[in-house]
Design a protein around this ligand. Structure first.
Ligand SMILES: [Zn+2]
Ligand SMILES: [Zn+2]
Length: 293
């Protein structure tokens, strides 16, 4: 069978494993998820990795990427992947003046609540609500369903004797299913299982879009960050396997964007790096707007 997204979705909908979309059986309607990359750099910047979804919801935020917010943008909700300083900074986030809801993985929400309260006191602004998010619990917010899933990453934060667990996010809107995966070394099996792309699942649910970190670039396969970050080759292999097995079914010509790029293994010339990437990989760029179906 020709591996098109339409044929898969038609089949999946018929099999009852995916909601049928719209009234037209021939052409499902795909509004897609509106995403702006605010920053696409790793800890060294220049802008730290962060995205704005549907103009209202942030995943991670640092001041370094503030200039990439659309004029007049007023995000009210932020989800954090983890507490590393290149993703998480309560004072800088509250300086936006619009954030009311904060979600962190439950293992470190207590600390985040304290730190946001201290940041709010320092700035003299209202304290946002900090919600502890267990893995696999979908949250409906601003027209999206967002689910935190285990990442393959670690921090040094310990709360009540428990290490912080770090998150990647499944973002869903209609039939669009995007996996936003940074920081992580590959896609962990338990995350893949929830999403429906695990090796054991025969009739799973494909993702339709992937944004994934490639912290280290070309020729970095033996880098010591192996266990906590991905390389270009990790992403390329992931995409080849997911595509071949119909676990990633994107609209035609939709790239897989790589983000959280460090200075290691990249030339610093984004056009030159892009030209070397195997399709469908593409460098996400600061300020880039995309709609992912
Ligand atoms: Zn990072
Ligand atoms: Zn990190």
């Amino acid at each position: 069978m020709e591996l098109t997204r339409r044929s898969f979705i038609a089949g999946a909908a018929a099999a009852g494993c995916m909601a049928a979309v719209g009234g037209d059986a021939k052409a499902p309607q795909h509004e897609g998820i509106r995403l702006r990359f605010l920053g696409t750099g790793a800890a060294g910047g220049p802008r730290h990795s962060s995205v704005l979804l549907e103009g209202k919801t942030l995943i991670d935020f640092r001041e370094s990427a503030r200039d990439m917010l659309p004029p007049g943008a007023a995000p009210d909700t932020i989800f954090y992947t983890h507490s590393h300083g290149d993703h998480y900074n309560p004072v800088q986030t509250l300086r936006l003046g619009t954030i009311r809801h904060v979600f962190t993985q439950e293992t470190w929400a207590e600390g985040a609540r304290r730190e946001f309260a201290a940041a709010a006191a320092k700035l003299g602004v209202p304290t946002p609500e900090v919600t502890p998010l267990p893995f696999r619990k979908p949250v409906r917010v601003n027209g999206l369903t967002i689910t935190g899933l285990p990442a393959n990453h670690s921090t040094g934060r310990i709360t009540n004797g428990e290490y912080e667990r770090t998150s990647i996010y499944l973002v869903e809107k209609g039939s669009a299913r995007m996996l936003y995966a940074t920081d992580t070394g590959g896609i962990p099996g338990d995350a893949a299982q929830y999403i429906g792309i695990d090796a054991h699942i025969r009739n799973g649910r494909p993702i339709t879009a992937l944004v994934m970190e490639a912290t280290t670039g070309f020729g970095c396969e033996d880098d010591f960050r192996l266990f906590v970050h991905s390389t270009i080759d990790t992403v390329a292999r992931t995409v080849r396997v997911l595509t071949k097995t119909q676990r990633l079914l994107s609209p035609p010509d939709q790239p897989v964007y790589i983000t959280h790029r460090s200075h290691i293994g990249y030339s610093g010339n984004i056009d030159a790096d892009d030209a070397r990437l195997p399709a469908p990989l593409k460098c996400a760029r600061d300020g880039l707007d995309v709609v992912l179906g």
